[in-house]
Design a binder for this molecule. Structure first.
Ligand SMILES: NC(=O)c1ccc[n+]([C@@H]2O[C@H](COP(=O)([O-])OP(=O)(O)OC[C@H]3O[C@@H](n4cnc5c(N)ncnc54)[C@H](O)[C@@H]3O)[C@@H](O)[C@H]2O)c1
Length: 338
């Protein structure tokens, strides 16, 4: 196989990003067909990306013998079922996060992929961001000695619409899930216990919908590292995405990414423009790198860099974070499994 032939299910925000990447930025891949229950959305992406076919159903993509791999980019509630069907069709799978909000559903999907022997990669794109990859490298190489403390700051510019919040599974499942993955990825070990201090500070309607918009989550890792994740659904100055790891021989930290580096100095102050406003701009390069990694894993017959289990553990962490908030106490991840 010299070129990976791809089908795409879901042509919304993230489906369009992956369609453009696979069509224009990765010479090793070719998109043959795209499907969305909202046909005009699929048609628009197909026209923009030169995708030759708009399928009438997901089944049509799964039955196409020319297609080697499927990118599942539809709404979260469809992921687990589509992983199972795609695996049964013998095709490799890239699936957006989260796999599902329930562990039995996730386990059924992972078992199907395992039984079929197909490759599965979950869309935790931030691992492929050059800032965070450099932090991981510093920890792996011992550049800062032994890691002791981890801080992740992750603030969105503005909350999503209430209609979305109601079906999102909550802030921990939808937003913090990226930070849970980042914590495991950077430290290279598993979290044992989580304690959440959470609040509704941005919009009372978010609280009325049963969710939070502000939290500090404390993580205790098996290897002794202590971490915090700080989340807000609203930051007046835009998208705030930073990490710091403190170790026995030093520390490594990353700043926000900006559209330009210009600094304006006047008689009254020194100022600069705001950082990138949200994930589509901030993480553009990481979406390309994650898909390149997926395509190469298949073409070179290597394991994917973000496997099925990496999609499951952050969901367990999200459940533990919520339980900790609800019960006002530290929660061990083993409590969620039992
Ligand atoms: N990794 C990331 O950074 C990232 C960013 C955004 C979204 N996501 C994830 O990607 C998924 C999609 O999010 P989005 O922001 O693109 O949402 P979206 O609402 O913009 O797009 C979802 C699309 O899926 C389509 N759809 C729904 N059910 C379908 C089905 N059964 N078959 C085919 N198409 C179907 C909808 O019509 C819609 O066009 C979510 O799971 C989300 O959590 C990940």
């Amino acid at each position: 196989m010299s070129k990976l032939r791809v089908g795409i299910i879901g042509a919304g925000r993230i489906g369009a990003v992956h369609a453009e990447t696979a069509s224009f930025r990765l010479p090793e891949s070719q998109v043959l067909s795209i499907f969305d229950v909202n046909r005009p959305a699929a048609e628009a992406v197909a026209a923009r990306c030169g995708i030759p076919a708009v399928a009438n159903s997901a089944a049509e993509i799964l039955a196409d013998p020319r297609i080697d791999a499927v990118l599942i980019c539809s709404s979260t509630d469809t992921h687990a079922g589509l992983i199972t069907l795609t695996a049964q069709a013998g095709k490799h799978i890239f699936c957006e996060k989260p796999i599902a909000h329930s562990l039995p559903q996730i386990d059924a999907a992972l078992a199907a992929a395992n039984t079929a022997g197909v490759k599965l990669q979950i869309g935790f794109n931030r691992r492929f961001d050059s800032n965070f990859a450099r932090v991981r490298q510093a920890i792996l190489s011992g550049e800062i000695g032994t890691a002791r403390l981890l801080h992740i700051i992750s603030r969105d510019p503005a909350p999503p619409p209430l209609s979305y919040i109601k079906v999102s599974g909550g802030m921990f499942m939808d937003m913090t899930i990226h930070d849970f993955d980042m914590a495991r990825f950077l430290i290279g070990d598993e979290v044992e216990e989580i304690y959440t201090a959470g609040a509704v500070m941005v919009d009372p309607a978010i609280g009325e919908a049963g969710d939070l918009d502000t939290a500090i989550i404390t993580l205790r890792f098996r290897n002794g590292v202590i971490g915090t994740i700080e989340n807000s659904r609203q930051a007046a100055y835009g998208y705030d995405q930073r990490v710091e790891v403190f170790g026995s021989e030093g520390k490594i930290s990353t700043a926000n990414n900006f559209p330009n580096q210009a600094e304006v100095s006047t008689g009254s102050n020194i100022r600069r423009d705001l950082p990138f406003n949200f994930f589509m701009d901030r993480y553009t390069d990481s979406y390309v790198s994650e898909l390149r990694s997926f395509v190469n894993a298949i073409l070179d017959n290597q394991p994917t860099e973000v496997e099925g289990v990496d999609g499951r553990i952050p969901v367990v962490m999200a459940m533990a974070a919520r339980k900790s908030y609800d019960e006002g106490r530290p929660v061990r991840l083993s409590e969620i499994e039992n």
